[in-house]
Design a protein around this ligand. Structure first.
Ligand SMILES: [Zn+2]
Length: 419
């Protein structure tokens, strides 16, 4: 999940959008160039804190953060210290950016200031802060996404990760536009392209990896990207709910696992609820495969725990065992939501929500008790996050290519009138 307010995610199902090939982050992540002002520092700080805390409160003791808004990095480390989560992070970078022109068309533009200097900045961050907050802050390199990073930048990323002894996260095969871009530019599908740069290996997490050879929306039958992934030891960050919002699914969670691919679960969108995410992963895999006895609770539970830990190269996380970190989530199953629960893991996967969590312990410290933070004022945090998000939505037309308001892009469920 990203450490930001995710105000753009609200618009992900853009009702005006007919060029569906560029659905997903292109809806909000590609502003008109001269209107692309960075969010104010106050909004960045509140977004970081709100998202990281929200993930923790909903049961994620360890968070992989591929980056939120640009902001002060020492401040980031302080926020992680304050809320009490375990977080893998360094500032993201890319060698080209995506912008929208006055007609709403997307184009890529080289960003020499963000590629190599960005990698350098991330390396410096990791040198300075890896292991901070009693080891809860861990470095990971974040080249932003497959088609915005040139091959040489990815090769340098692989070398830097090796030297630092940290992993890599990159968004990959998450969008049709990206698939087409890489196919045109490098004449390969996304995972093949990335594998040739050296980043697909143990310790690397490929976010999403939905549009691979054989996916029903691509009509691209060449190659076997699941085999490449399985043999590489790299992991897939599977975010089923976010894609279901856009009527897209990986095909399928079960098929990836059966092929031997290491799969961890992610949220990437609200609710940042890793408990509910297990259910989405399970149900959507069953729907895709038309197999009612698919994506069983043991599998999605492993993907949310030990496989996720393995994806980050950690065998001391994601389980309760001698020598493992004391990262514990205690859930109250004795509520009417569950009915009488026969098997706790099955009940949690089939019916559970982050709202049922009573206690969260990270690194041996109780950071959530009776469902409330032991460290921060949650009500104040929510009020500040809400105000910052409303401000961003109210000003959305200033960054939109056609000066549309949020209500025009995504009309309210029912017409409303204020007097
Ligand atoms: Zn993402």
């Amino acid at each position: 999940m990203h450490s930001q307010l995710n105000v753009g995610d609200y618009l992900i199902t853009d009702a005006t959008k007919r060029d569906y090939i560029s659905a997903n982050y292109f809806v909000f992540g590609a502003p008109v160039k001269d209107k692309a002002a960075p969010p104010p520092p106050e909004a960045v700080a509140i977004g970081r804190k709100y998202a990281l805390f929200s993930g923790l409160k909903n049961g994620a003791t360890t968070i992989l953060d591929p980056g939120g808004g640009p902001g002060d990095l020492a401040d980031y480390v302080n926020i992680v210290g304050e809320i009490g989560a375990r977080v893998f992070f360094s500032p993201p970078y890319r060698s080209s950016d995506i912008f929208t022109d006055a007609e709403g068309r997307h184009h890529y533009e080289a960003r020499p200031d963000s590629g190599r200097p960005g990698l350098q900045r991330a390396v410096e961050f990791i040198r300075q802060y890896h292991g901070a907050n009693d080891g809860r802050l861990q470095g990971i390199l974040n080249p932003a996404q497959a088609e915005t990073c040139e091959p040489s930048l990815l090769q340098e990323t692989a070398a830097a990760a090796k030297e630092l002894g940290v992993g890599i996260h990159i968004h990959a095969a998450g969008n049709l536009r990206e698939f087409v871009q890489i196919l045109y530019q490098y004449r390969k599908p996304v995972v093949e392209y990335l594998a040739d740069t050296g980043v697909v290996r143990p310790g690397t997490v490929l976010g999403h990896t939905v549009f691979i050879a054989g996916h029903s929306r691509l009509d691209y039958p060449f190659g076997d990207e699941l085999k490449i992934l399985a043999e590489s030891g790299a992991a897939v960050g599977h975010c089923a709910h976010k894609y279901a919002k856009m009527a897209i699914a990986a095909e399928s969670f079960d098929r990836y696992v059966d092929a031997g691919v290491l799969v961890g679960l992610g949220t990437d969108t609200y609710p940042l609820d890793i408990i509910a995410e297990m259910r989405y992963a399970s149900l959507i895999s069953r729907l895709v495969d038309k197999k009612y006895y698919g994506a069983r609770p043991d599998r999605v539970f492993n993907a949310a725990t030990i496989w996720g830990a393995q994806a980050l190269g950690r065998d001391d996380l994601g389980k309760l065992a001698p020598g493992a970190k004391a990262d514990v989530v205690i859930v109250d199953l004795r509520t009417t939501r569950y009915g009488p629960a026969r098997d706790p893991i099955t009940a949690l996967v089939e019916y559970g929500s982050g709202a049922d969590i009573d206690t969260v312990i990270v690194n041996g410290e109780i950071v959530l008790e009776s469902g409330r933070s032991t460290r921060i004022d949650e009500d104040e945090l929510y009020a500040r996050a809400d105000a910052a998000a409303q401000r961003a939505w109210n000003n959305w037309s200033k960054r939109d290519w056609a000066a549309r308001t949020t209500d025009e892009i995504l009309p309210p469920a029912f017409p409303t009138r204020r007097e």
